[in-house]
Design a protein around this ligand. Structure first.
Ligand SMILES: C[S@@+](CC[C@H](N)C(=O)[O-])C[C@H]1O[C@@H](n2cnc3c(N)ncnc32)[C@H](O)[C@@H]1O
Length: 214
């Protein structure tokens, strides 16, 4: 049996053509998309919706989970993390370090995701304290506990480190918990974007209402 492209595969889905029939007057619809069709990387429920309407809808269902990426050198990894955070309706992605990054890898998902920049790790930790979030570092370093047997706090900020050095000493000191992802092969670590996806999903499995997923 051959399967067609999935509903959200960027570049593969044909999307939808111009709206057929009389035009709806629901303000969530975008007149240009109704006229020209909608081939954006959005789930079918959001076809023809304005970007603002989509964001407003996700905002009502955002999870308590915040995530942070520290000093990532790779724009592709930032994009991967942002795209996954968008898929899981993460509250906010915090980026410590560079303000500018090439958004290509995010596949346009950054437009629908809350992003917050912090100049330093100290600023990120201040934010977490003020917002009442438990800071959970994610890295396979001495003192970490297995993610697989740990329940992540609901109101939490998961922090991921960069390729090479991993999480900074400031995050190690400021986190109330450090979790590692079990590995069984030869490599010292997995890609930071992949690690972020695994950890975010661990939070989803514990705290999200999966009956509300698409
Ligand atoms: C490529 S790792 C580098 C640091 C790693 N500690 C090392 O020794 O190579 C970059 C980031 O990916 C995440 N990461 C990679 N593998 C991980 C694992 N097994 N458990 C938890 N986090 C991991 C962490 O956030 C880490 O800071």
């Amino acid at each position: 049996m051959s399967l067609g492209p999935g509903p959200t595969e960027w570049g593969e889905t044909p999307g939808v053509g111009p709206w057929a029939g009389s035009l709806p007057d629901d303000p969530r619809y975008d007149p240009e998309l109704l006229r020209d069709g909608d081939t954006r990387n959005v789930v079918d429920a959001y076809r023809y919706w304005t970007r603002e309407a989509i964001i407003a809808d996700i905002d009502q269902r955002r999870h308590a989970l915040h995530i942070a990426i520290e000093n990532f050198g790779s724009d592709a990894n930032i994009g991967t993390v942002v795209r996954t955070a968008n898929a899981f309706a993460v509250h906010t992605v915090h980026i410590v370090g560079r303000r500018r990054w090439n958004r290509r890898g995010a596949m346009v998902t950054d437009r629908y995701q809350r992003l917050q920049h912090h100049d330093s790790t100290a600023e990120l930790l201040d934010f977490a304290r003020g917002a009442g979030l438990s800071v959970v570092a994610v890295d396979n370093v001495p003192g970490s506990v297995p993610l697989e047997t740990t329940v992540l706090p609901r109101d939490c900020l998961l922090v991921f480190g960069q390729e090479g050095p991993g999480i900074t000493p400031e995050i190690s000191a400021g986190a109330e918990l450090t979790v590692s992802i079990a590995q069984f092969g030869s490599t010292r670590s997995i890609n930071a974007g992949v690690a972020a996806g695994i950890a975010m999903h661990a939070w989803i499995r514990t705290h999200a209402d999966v009956t509300g997923a698409w």
